[in-house]
Write a protein that binds this ligand. Sequence first.
Ligand code: ATP
Ligand code: MG
Length: 465
Amino acid sequence: WSPDSPTMEAGGDDVSQVSNERAAYKIKGYFDLAKEEIAKAVRAEEWGLVEDAIVYYKTALRVLKEGISISVPSYVTSGEQEKVKSYRQKILQWQDQVSDRLQVLSRRAGTASTSQVTASHPKTAAVSLKPSNPMKNGPRNSLQSGRNTALMGIPKEKVASSKPVQESGGGYDAKLVEMINTAIVDRSPSVKWEDVAGLDKAKQALMEMVILPTKRRDLFTGLRRPARGLLLFGPPGNGKTMLAKAVASESEATFFNVSASSLTSKWVGEAEKLVRTLFMIAISRQPSVIFIDEIDSIMSTRLANENDASRRLKSEFLIQFDGVTSNPDDLVILIGATNKPQELDDAVLRRLVKRIYVPLPDESVRRLLLRTKLKGQAFSLPGGDVDRLARETEGYSGSDLQALCEEAAMMPIRELGTNILKVKANQVRPLRYDDFRKAMTVIRPSLQRSKWEELDQWNRNFGSN
Ligand code: ATP
Ligand code: MG
């Protein structure tokens, strides 16, 4: 672990800056990071690389210690305090287990150094990770997955000898596991639920389908079993990606953020394997959400020039997805987002049972959006002007409005001319309605009416609401 590791972003800012609602997230960040180190350690043990394992366990301990020492301001809400408490408890438990394991290994390291020679190099080794069944094994916790038996007190020899080190049918490529854990698992709570303006229907559906079921798995069984496939569709720039990110930070699921490029570019030829590994990890770390942004780019209707590789990728995805949906105990939810739902393959569409329309903002949502965009600024607009602007920006998408505000905010700056270098920040004049009128001549709605009507129509035919 190094300070510039990407996962540190979630918990990397100064302790004194931990704000009310972020304390628990921050601790969770450390917790997740430690889990990863432990997973690596366990893997190293499986290969018989005792010394590597010791290094990973030590890092994990250090991260856990840092996590537990995060100070939480006294004014946080009681709900937040509860969360913090439960993470701290978990961390304490893990600290004990890791310390125990470290002791055992350190004792062995001296005597068993010769046995390491027989283990193959990690690059060529394949790990056979057995997905756990959380319904039987207790709550989600990667310590409980089959691969972590070493940590649960089973003698190391037993674990190591049962794992074949070369690639085999059930084996998973360690490189891919690593790549998924670092590049695809998203643990940066970048967007909060409240940041997304409007979209109440979509939010409600996501709440029922994803957030609540991952928090209360006990309640959402049988008839209440949530649908496993969900599609967010609608014109570009209205918050589909944002909503999915909010789900990631709001739900307690492991969030896999898959983009078409992560499945294709670098991993040509390995894409299917990657998909298999992805689902395997998703099952072992469930509840999980697999989010595929721009899903049309990998799951579109079979085009004439579609090559074998992309067809195989698609089939593999469907097979794997059917696998998780057929097991009532698994909670792996697939969320796709697209602005071209018409181009989706029928087979894919059939599996994305719930289809949620994320439309262009209507007047009231535009008003809300304008207000929130202007809120954080040192300038604001009289309420009447905001209402007027909301009325006049019909056809603007969320991102168009964002661009409009940015353009308008530049107007007072441009007037300064060469004085800009001398003026004090609080001397810049506030924004006026006119700035927005002028900006509207530059920033036009980015969507043609016909496109958006086409999407409306598609929603009437195939949408869930
Ligand atoms: P695309 O189909 O092009 O991927 P999208 O629907 O995923 O578009 P987002 O990336 O979620 O669009 O939104 C783009 C930007 O527009 C956001 O970063 C945000 O600034 C703004 N925005 C759009 N809709 C909303 C909203 N409902 N609330 C707040 N901001 C929004
Ligand atoms: Mg998007």
